[in-house]
Design a protein around this ligand. Structure first.
Ligand SMILES: *Cc1c(COP(=O)(O)O)cnc(C)c1O
Length: 396
């Protein structure tokens, strides 16, 4: 390629990413290599492998081409990345990313709209290690610099926020952090690198719960952290010290899911927008929390920074109580009731964001429902929700 060749578009990169000939041996998909012991030809060969264990088959815990192929693909999808480490879940990825940058005495700034298990990790693991956490307003933007102390070592972002969907000014926060040598970490599970290229926007370590849109079929758990050159070695060291490993079968499922990520996200995006816009017009709905709608806090930043929106959003009911919300959800025909999201199927979940906050107050006109819009026809989902809102209006 010459210098004036435009960068390949995401759908094209997704089809080829991670499929190195040395790993596939000519098969379209990298095979599932199951391994613990790797056998060497001689003591000298074993010693050579020990000297560079990241570059060749060494021991099962360090992975095989099955896991390397997935990690390599995720690195290729993230402009500015030096490498990717894989984890058995999204929460494990968040834990390892934080532990790779923090040490006792450090202070972490954590967004107040973070995924609840991320908050719990700060409380239950970091605090007893002598690492303090201060929560900050998701809409702080560059003014986050006012919170910096000499101990501030890292800022954790999640945009849009879990449950409430505020969009953060990631470039402004990263610029402020960079100026002070503070490390930035982003939970980018909602947008994926296709709709928000995190490292290109200034983030140092970007985290995905691959369980969601990368796997995409609700049948495997996986996480990843992709880092810049300045942070990848520490991440790899920490990951190896904690013995993190992903099974080859799960890695192969994630690689298979990845190939259709672009086309699935387009459909999730279109379906979710159709449902969200319909909900906005319904008198039983007070507000819809969806980054692509102008009423969402941070919408202008979403429009500036993101290449698209995905299938997860929430809506606030007008008045009513928990029982009425349960009546709405319980009778739905096309929405499952359960945690996680990112599969082909639609889900509905009762959520209570106000109880989780500490730095900001979150107020609502009524109970909140989070939806994941799957790949079903949106007209059927809307009809289902219409019946649900009738049950809600009847008071459960
Ligand atoms: C689900 C989720 C996680 C955790 O992923 P698991 O694979 O379930 O551990 C992390 N961050 C966000 C935003 C999530 O939605």
């Amino acid at each position: 390629m010459t210098d004036d060749t435009p960068p390949l578009r995401p759908a094209t990169r997704i089809a080829a990413a991670g499929r190195r000939k040395e790993w596939t041996q000519g098969i379209v998909n990298t095979p599932v290599w199951r391994a613990s012991t790797i056998l060497f030809d001689s003591v000298a060969d074993l010693r050579r492998a020990s000297a560079s264990p990241n570059d060749r088959l060494y021991y099962g815990r360090r992975g095989t081409p099955t896991q390397w192929s997935l990690a390599d693909a995720l690195t290729e999808l993230e402009p500015g990345a030096a490498g990717t480490m894989l984890y058995p879940s999204g929460v494990a990825a968040i834990a390892m990313a934080l532990l790779s940058v923090l040490k006792p005495g450090d202070e972490l700034l954590m967004v107040d709209s973070a995924y609840e298990p991320t908050r719990a990790f700060c409380r239950n693991v970091l605090a007893p290690m002598g690492i303090t956490t201060r929560f900050y307003d998701p809409l702080a933007g560059g003014a986050i610099a006012d919170l910096f102390s000499d101990a501030t070592r890292a800022i954790f972002l999640e945009s849009p926020g879990s449950l409430t969907f505020e969009v953060q000014d990631v470039p402004a926060i990263c610029a402020a952090a960079n100026a002070r040598g503070i490390v930035t970490l982003l939970d980018n599970t909602w947008a994926t690198p296709l709709y928000f290229p995190a490292l290109a926007k200034g983030v140092d370590l970007t985290i995905l719960a691959c369980t969601k849109y990368i796997v995409g079929h609700s049948d495997a758990m996986l996480g990843s952290v992709t880092a810049t050159a300045g942070h990848f070695e520490a991440l790899r060291r920490t990951t190896h010290q904690f013995g993190q490993h992903v099974g080859p079968d799960d890695a192969a499922l994630a690689s298979r899911g990845l190939r259709t990520l672009d086309v699935r996200l387009r459909q999730h995006q279109a379906g979710a927008l159709e449902v969200a816009r319909w909900l906005e017009t319904h008198p039983g709905v007070a507000r819809v929390l969806h980054p692509a709608l102008p009423t969402c806090p941070g919408h202008a930043i979403w429009a500036r920074d993101f290449a698209g929106s995905t299938g997860l959003f929430a809506f606030v009911l007008q008045g009513g109580d928990d029982a009425a919300r349960a009546a709405l959800i319980d009778g739905l025909d096309h929405f499952g009731i359960g945690f996680s999201w990112g599969g082909f199927e639609s889900l509905a979940l009762p959520v209570d964001p106000a109880a989780i906050r500490s730095a900001t107050r979150w107020q609502a006109e009524g109970p909140v429902v989070r939806l994941h819009i799957g790949l079903e026809d949106p007209a059927d989902l809307i009809a289902d929700l219409k019946r649900g809102l009738d049950r809600f209006a009847a008071g459960g």
